[in-house]
Design a protein around this ligand. Structure first.
Ligand code: UTP
Length: 408
């Protein structure tokens, strides 16, 4: 894109200030900025002017969950079916590690966080250890796909290489980068993070499948015989990955996606809950849950919306390919965004100062034809690390890890 075209594009979206320092830049930086302007989708930024407009929901009704007693009664069969799929190489694991982890407040990728007390043990290491459980049980390695973003790719790949992938064979690990989106102030104006660079933020975890596909890894996965992707968050250090019982249950129930869920600890707990929306599987976020839904009961008299998602899903690849062209809703999220101030100096804000724009994986559930919510025991499988202290923190995760026999 040349300068004239860039000016025209910026004028169309009211972003002319992006060229404020253009004349000060060297030729390479000028070229890089023009390319960035060319590649940035500015049509989404208008959403900043209407940030509270959550995508509207349809008619919500309960989606029955497979609860622990049913899982226990069928465990042998589920395990056999799931293990067979894992042994045959039909399950790939996808680690979503492109987020910025701003709440944890570390400059490094979240997976590099050392949660050890008496010895080093990193978040990535916990996840590899968990993955090794199924490798040992199935006596077969699984392909592990790791999503990073341009902000943390080099640090992530460098760290894992230096640590020799915590013993996992390198040929089974495949990295891919997610896309970025511009980040703006509260008026939808794009921040500059350098004189020749607009501020960007990873575009949410909902873009994982498109990014994996663009990186050429879907074709490879299919060549290797993978039929299911188990996607999981970087920050739940207790989660079971490619859990054979979960895999087997999803296959036996003939569902396009399985979703691990925990029983809510209180009706107003801040987790998204599984439901049907206009008859299709969906997730209602806690802030969308009306009092009526919160107090609704199912036919057994239990709370009808009682199972929260923990970002561990098993997707059928064929179904993912079917929905890949469907658009996901855009979420406008308040964030701390480093920016150049009036004097051209970099500021790292202590408080949120603008918006990033994201697609979320939870919205993909609504595109699926069927979904199995699969209950897991919270104390055994859910130890998210979002903050340093308090709820969902390094502190709380340490306690849970220790309770599960991990020496820290
Ligand atoms: P979070 O919602 O916790 O976001 O991500 P975050 O960016 O990591 O953390 P905060 O909000 O800034 O503190 C849930 C999961 O989705 C991944 C994260 O890495 C984590 O595994 N994620 C999130 C991505 O892979 N890409 C994104 O753009 C956002």
């Amino acid at each position: 894109m040349n300068l004239e075209a860039a000016k025209a594009k910026l004028a169309e979206f009211g972003q002319e200030h992006v060229l404020k320092y253009y004349e000060e830049l060297n030729d390479n930086d000028k070229k890089a900025l023009l390319t960035q302007i060319d590649e940035t989708d500015m049509s989404i930024l208008a959403a900043a002017l209407n940030p509270d407009k959550a995508p509207s929901k349809g008619v919500i009704s309960p989606l029955p969950c497979m609860e622990l007693n049913e899982i226990k009664a069928n465990e042998e069969s589920f395990r056999k079916t799931g293990l067979k799929a894992v042994k045959e190489g039909k399950v790939g694991a996808v680690l979503l590690a492109g987020g910025m982890g701003t709440r944890l407040g570390s400059d490094n990728p979240k997976g590099m966080y050392n949660i050890g007390i008496t010895h080093d043990i990193f978040i990535f290491e916990c996840l590899i250890n968990n993955l090794m459980d199924v490798v040992k049980e199935a006596d077969a390695y699984l392909h592990l796909f790791v999503m990073t973003s341009e902000k943390n790719h080099d640090a992530t790949t460098g760290f894992l290489k230096e640590k020799n992938y915590f013993g996992y064979p390198e040929e089974y690990i495949h990295f891919f980068k997610q896309e970025m989106a511009a980040a703006t102030d509260y008026n939808g104006k794009i921040y500059l993070e350098e004189k020749g660079r607009m501020a960007t933020s990873p575009n949410g975890n909902g873009g994982w499948f498109i990014s994996l596909m663009r990186a050429g890894l879907l074709d490879k996965a299919k060549e290797w015989g993978i039929e299911w992707f188990n996607i999981f968050a970087v920050d739940n250090v207790l989660q079971r990955i490619a859990d054979p019982v979960f895999v087997g249950a999803t296959i036996e129930k003939n569902c396009c996606v399985g979703s691990k869920v925990v029983r809510k600890s209180a009706p107003d707990e801040k987790v998204g809950v599984m439901c049907l929306e206009d008859g299709k599987p969906s997730i209602v976020e806690y802030y969308e849950l009306t009092d009526e839904l919160m107090n609704a009961k199912d036919e057994k008299g239990d709370p009808a919306y009682n199972f929260g998602v923990i970002l561990n899903y098993l997707f059928d690849i064929e179904e993912l390919e079917r929905i890949v062209k469907e658009e996901l809703p855009l979420h406008v999220v308040e964030k701390k965004i480093p920016y150049l101030d009036e004097k051209g100096e970099l500021v790292k804000p202590e408080e949120p100062n603008g918006y990033k724009f994201e697609n979320l994986v939870l919205d993909m559930i609504h595109q699926m034809r069927s979904c199995l919510p699969f209950e897991v025991v919270r104390e055994k499988e859910f130890a998210p690390i979002k903050n340093k202290t308090g709820v969902d923190s390094v502190e709380s995760a340490r306690k849970l890890l220790e309770a599960n026999g991990v020496t820290l």
